[in-house]
Design a protein around this ligand. Structure first.
Ligand SMILES: CCC[C@@H](CC(=O)O)C(=O)C(=O)O
Ligand SMILES: [Zn+2]
Length: 339
């Protein structure tokens, strides 16, 4: 992507395309709107991503949450830290590992490992990291166990604004706020979540590549029973166009977000997230909301069709018991009949 003129005009551009990983696709820009622009609600209402500027959603964190401040104030509980031998941190559900007896009988090998660490141990590992060592990525729910200063900062978030969005769009409850502390260059590969997400950048720059739920045929998600459920089987860095031919036609959007920017990631939208290279660690806070009650209206929305497909896979596995039987039954149902 050519370096994008930063609309916050006077600010010096702090990154350029050399900080971004290169992919075989070109992406359209996610629109960037100020928080009080009425079009923001139009984007949220139509489940379209938008970068929201100037909301002050997590201003206390932007003003205070340096790595040193977080180390001093995160509290004494342990934090979830993922380790990966490469730059990818591909999520997997360890409760589904048993079901992954894939046809060749090869056991599932987790692409990363998890440790519960004290904040000071995580920060030490981060400071002393050497090329070639496992990369680290802290992904920890903000709970009442954090220190009093961080509780105060959290109270100082712009709850008035975000609560008004939750209400206006009839979202369900706020289920969690995760604090992400990532090394430069870390990547969370392409996946979708079943929650609405306000993704608030606190420190550093992240690039988010997004694909709509209507790109389902191009994204080749793992089966629902697989530990990598909700993840795309396509490796964005070296896509296998033989196994995943439709990926060539995928139409994606992208946004680079910096401190103060909030990216709305609609429920079921695919997203790949990378911390820009050579710009140091990034800090992000997300706000995950349960979806609101959606009346069944026709034509069905694409994300509703994804939810229907998920339920069909779950039901078939429930009744067939053997994951290896789900594909053949679906093929028998469709081939030559619905094509
Ligand atoms: C564990 C995933 C964190 C995040 C991606 C990222 O910032 O690396 C994301 O996917 C989300 O907030 O939904
Ligand atoms: Zn996600």
């Amino acid at each position: 992507m050519a370096s994008v003129p930063d609309i916050r005009s006077c600010e010096k551009k702090l990154w350029d395309s050399s900080n971004l990983r290169k992919y075989c696709l070109n992406f359209e820009e996610v629109p960037r709107l100020f928080y009080d622009d009425p079009r923001v609600d139009e984007f949220i209402c139509s489940h379209k991503p938008v970068v929201i500027l100037g909301s002050n959603l997590v201003k206390p964190a932007i003003d205070r949450w340096s790595l040193e401040y977080i180390e001093r104030n995160m509290g004494t509980d342990v934090n979830t830290v993922f380790f990966s031998r490469n730059h990818k941190f591909k999520y997997f559900d360890d409760k589904k590992i048993h079901s992954c007896n894939n046809p060749r009988g090869v056991e599932f090998s987790p692409p990363m490992r998890k440790e519960e660490m004290k904040i000071e141990d995580f920060m030490k590992r981060l400071r002393e990291w050497k090329r070639g060592e496992e990369r680290l990525y802290m992904q920890q729910s903000l709970t009442s166990a954090v220190g009093p200063n961080i509780v105060q900062d959290f109270i100082g978030f712009n709850w008035k604004w975000i609560n008004s969005k939750q209400k206006a769009h009839n979202w369900g409850k706020l289920t969690s706020n995760l604090l992400y502390i990532s090394m430069e260059g870390n990547v969370t590969p392409c996946h979708y979540d079943e929650q609405e997400n306000f993704f608030a950048e606190v420190h550093g720059y992240k690039r988010c590549i997004l694909f709509s739920p209507d790109q389902f045929q191009c994204m080749y998600p793992y089966p629902v029973h697989h530990p990598h459920d909700r993840q795309s089987m396509v490796d964005l860095e070296k896509p296998d166009h033989t196994k995943f031919p439709k990926f060539r036609d995928a139409k994606g959007l992208e946004a680079v977000i910096g401190p103060g920017d909030v990216l709305y990631i609609p429920i079921y939208w695919w997203h790949h997230v990378e911390s820009l290279m050579r710009l140091g660690p990034t800090i992000t806070i997300n706000f995950w909301y349960k979806a609101g009650p959606t009346a069944i209206e026709y034509p069905l929305r694409d994300h509703q069709k994804v939810s229907i497909m998920r339920n069909i896979e779950k039901m078939l596995l429930e009744v067939l018991q053997d994951p290896k039987e789900v594909g053949p039954l679906l093929r028998n149902m469709v081939l030559g009949r619905f094509e």
